[in-house]
Design a protein around this ligand. Sequence first.
Ligand code: ADP
Length: 480
Amino acid sequence: MKKESHSNLINGKWSQKGPSFLSINPSDTTDTIGSFHEATEEECLQAINSAKTAFKSWSQSELEERKKVLDKIGNELIEKSEELGELIAREEGKPIPEGIGEVYRSGQFFQYFAAEVLRQMGETAASVRPNINIEVTREPVGVIGVITPWNFPIAVAAWKIAPAIAFGNTVVLKPSEIVPASAAAFSEIMHESGLPEGVYNCIQGRGDIAGQIVTASKDIDAISFTGSVKTGNIIAQNAIKNMTRIQMEMGSKNALVILDDADIDVAIQCAINGAYFGTGQKCTASSRLIVEKGIHDKFVSKMSEATKALAVGNALHKNTQIGPVVDARQFNQNNSYLEAALSDGAKLIAGDEKINVDTEGFYMRPTLLIETSNNMKINREEVFGPIACVIKAEDYQDALSISNDTEFGLTSGIVTNSLKFANHFKRHSNSGCVMVNLPTAGTDYHVPFGGRKASSYGPREQGQYAKEFFTVVKTTYISS
Ligand code: ADP
């Protein structure tokens, strides 16, 4: 077992001056993954400074140098996807295949943006004045503060950092304190990639210390954040004081609508996958299952059967489909939401079966609640756990209106065989991503990702849309 690990990467060197903290396996709390060091204030400031210094040359670096290094990181992640996927499974608690998939996908983000390096095209325009030509070009923004959550410890960092670096920015990453080993493993790949010193820095530790220093710094030019609404609010207030550009992905309360004409097997597959895979700890999880009344009883009976059949267990075991909840705090929070739902009148029809695991961990059975209404607390607030609530709808219009009745708007889905309803839903669902006959979770890496309302703030992430955040536009007038 590896005990002492690298922690903070500052100006191309490992640094560990602050107090130590442990990373614990949520599938087996007797298993310590490693001991890590929080970055001190001095280390945080050094990281920001080194990114600022490195920006001078990285922003002017040759495109092929950038492309080469991004390709190398991408290839390395893909090559190490089994090893790192297992580490994520051990530290975050998702089953190994999901961990491997995450690291593989992270490599694809880097490969995609390696190619984007050479696709930076400007525009020209004629002037309204004689003998003047206009050029519209994009330039890097500067130092990007990247604040990431624990649920996709490597992928979220990858989809923010790959475009940041591709477009000539430098980075200070503050990963979640719950997944320091995954962050350190990612930093090792970045460190060995040949990136010049200071282009990528990583400072570990608490959000209200290291995260606060990054987001309040005048030397940070843009902040890309994924996490809770509460933290998003703090970060936005910090950012506005310095007029720092921000991009934030926060909470969600995604709905999957199931209409009477749905293929029931597709509906069950979408609901199981969207609600419970990743232990429901995805910002794209379907926590509200809005089911039209004609198919309601059939859906509930099949869904309950399928939910009870899911294999909950140690994330490192081969047959596990649903791993543990990430930690004690999240486990307690899930249970208090469950209690609130039951006292509000929800009925539990799957989730209280015994869990057979031989290790002590934060295990929770996938839980299905019926007879819930959209105004219950459990259907208003993000739970971030394996709990799905069925809400019965009168008809399609009712289902649509319930699905939009939320302060959030990240993803939404509909299961139907009707082109008419699918098209109408696509047009009228107030979310950033709409899925037809697909789970609300699971997106591609080359197209924009993001939500509406309280789910997201600022430009979209991923694909070609990433340049809206990671570059700044310049308009040049040339008189000849
Ligand atoms: P979660 O509850 O899912 O862990 P958080 O929003 O608390 O979500 O955490 C997401 C990321 O934000 C983590 O890296 C965390 O350390 C960081 N963070 C938490 N509080 C702050 C803060 N006050 N300023 C900056 N970053 C923070």
